[in-house]
Write a protein that binds this ligand. Structure first.
Ligand SMILES: Cc1ncc(COP(=O)(O)O)c(C=O)c1O
Length: 510
């Protein structure tokens, strides 16, 4: 590897020259454009083994800087093979994150400006564009204008801030005195369904509520929070001398995209004077589609709501939005202004550092604003609507194949399992075989998933529903078309039959 000419090494100080920046910048952009064009030629799931990438890289940084061209070559040769391509239209695992063109350019400009939006004064555009773009998004979703919006990195952090605000709303001086060793403080209790995302429990761990302070409410057959079970737990906890303080409802659970009955939950929250947080990290984006507006039923009575543009709004990771109806409480939980951060406009402006634990903040609103401006409301609605349509189409195809069963589709995620009809019939005839068949089917479906993923053609994930392993295919990538999903379905069926016939030899049920 050539060392860079001396003028460009650290020995002479200074940055890359503007001429070189342009030269290598064009090379990087050319690579990105080709990458996006040829994204389907990459294996979706990286095929490398653990440590393979690490072992290919030098153990220490080079003593002298090297040519950027060589760095770019190393990136292509060594780093790219260890990438799982979330940008691929054949990435269907988890909730895919798409980096759309305007989003990538927004990230590039954000890095170039390199501003820190901790205070209004440290870059007025960061605060004001955040206000404007979150107002646009709020209107599109249908969230009322009495909600204040703020950007954090991820839904986990948004939810943690919401629960911190819920705790502050109790006026128990936890901010001042903490929670440890206080005889005057009764145990706090937070309620969320057994299907809620792990970030809720993690927030409780962080905030001193503890895992025992999180009450997992049972769900019904559709995986929605059971309201009676919620009320029973609250009553039980009150009797035990605990303080119920917050319910986290989910609209679009991670596993099956179930929708908790937010309207009913909000009535309960009002009755027991509890904070209602709605986790709609994935599902919230769907509410921009007029015929999906029913999913925001009851949101007007929530205290806070999280929506993640980095899940289903074509915005490169990371960006999560928290809408909060009681921003003064969020501020009371977190605002702490040392002398060196005071400014002469503090009374007239919003300083975003007041609404969270972080001081420094990236200009994430830039990419969101560019995406909303570039695609427009109709463009975004049409894309999300199309994902929902394709997911329903996939469910129709699955329903036509009697060897499969699929769950209802609420958004753009389909959970289904291979369930060969002869095995189903055997269990119907003789239910003593149920457990063996159940274990066989879980094993079989897991092997199908691993098998299709190892081809590099698609990437799907799984979930368990009532202990049944389901394959899970989620469509949120801006480039995914019906044809991609059709090909994925054909591939899954092919692998399923082959693996089943191989595994059947070892199944003793006759
Ligand atoms: C419903 C829900 N909430 C929260 C999260 C956490 O999201 P993040 O990765 O932004 O923290 C997820 C992630 O999939 C999710 O599905």
């Amino acid at each position: 590897m050539k060392e860079a000419p001396e003028k460009e090494t650290l020995q002479s100080f200074g940055d890359m020259t503007p001429e070189d920046f342009k030269k290598y910048g064009y090379q990087a952009i050319d690579w990105i454009a080709e990458y996006m064009k040829n994204i389907e030629s990459y294996p979706v799931l990286s095929q490398v083994q653990p440590s393979e990438i690490k072992n290919k890289l030098p153990k220490s940084a080079p003593k002298q800087g090297i040519e950027f061209e060589d760095i770019l070559n190393d990136f292509k040769k060594t780093i790219v093979p260890g990438i799982t391509h979330w940008n691929s239209p054949n990435f269907f695992a988890y909730f895919p994150v798409t980096a759309s063109g305007p989003g990538i350019l927004g990230e590039l400009l954000c890095a170039a400006l390199n501003v820190n939006g901790m205070l209004w004064k440290t870059s007025p555009s960061v605060t004001e564009l955040e206000e404007v773009s979150l107002s646009w998004l709020r209107q599109m979703i249908g969230i009322k204008d009495d909600f204040f919006g703020i950007i954090y990195d991820t839904a986990s952090i948004s939810t943690m801030h919401a629960i911190a605000a819920a705790r502050e709303a109790l006026n128990l001086k936890i901010r001042e005195k903490g929670m440890a060793g206080r005889k005057d403080l009764l145990p706090l209790r937070l309620y969320t369904s057994s299907e809620a995302h792990s970030s809720v429990e993690k927030a409780a761990i962080t905030l001193g509520i503890g895992q025992e302070g999180v009450r997992k409410v049972a769900v019904d057959d559709s995986c929605q929070m059971d309201i009676k079970a919620l009320v029973n737990l609250i009553e039980e906890d009150i009797k035990e001398g605990c303080i119920p303080f917050c319910v986290v409802a989910t609209v679009g659970t991670t596993s099956t995209t179930a929708i908790d009955p937010v309207g009913l939950i909000s009535d309960i929250c009002k009755k027991y004077k509890m904070w209602l947080h709605v986790d709609s990290a994935y599902g919230g984006s769907a509410a921009i589609v007029p015929e999906m507006k029913y999913i925001i039923d009851g949101w007007k009575d929530a205290d806070s709501i999280v929506v993640n543009p980095h899940k289903w709004f074509f915005t490169p990771i990371d960006i999560s939005v928290l809408y909060c109806k009681r921003p003064e409480i969020l501020k009371r939980a977190f605002s702490l202004i040392p002398e060196y951060l005071k400014t002469n406009n503090d009374n007239d402006v919003t300083n975003l550092m007041d609404y969270g634990i972080q001081l420094g903040r990236r200009f994430r609103a830039l990419k969101l604003w560019m995406i909303m401006s570039y695609f427009g409301q109709e463009g975004l609605i049409n894309r999300i609507r199309e994902h929902i349509r394709i997911a329903r189409e996939l469910k129709n195809w699955i329903d036509k194949n009697k060897d499969y069963s699929a769950l209802q589709v609420a958004f753009s995620t389909v959970c289904f399992r291979y369930l060969p009809r002869d095995l189903k019939e055997q269990v119907q005839k003789d239910n003593s075989k149920e457990e063996i068949v159940h274990n066989y089917l879980n094993d079989l479906n897991e092997k199908i998933m691993n098998s299709v993923n190892s081809t590099g053609k698609i990437y799907i994930s799984h979930t368990k529903v009532q202990d049944n392993l389901n394959l899970r295919l989620s469509i949120t990538n801006i480039k995914t078309t019906e044809e991609h999903v059709k090909q994925a379905w054909i591939l899954i069926q092919k692998h399923a039959e082959k693996i089943d016939s191989e595994m059947r030899k070892g199944l003793q049920i006759k």
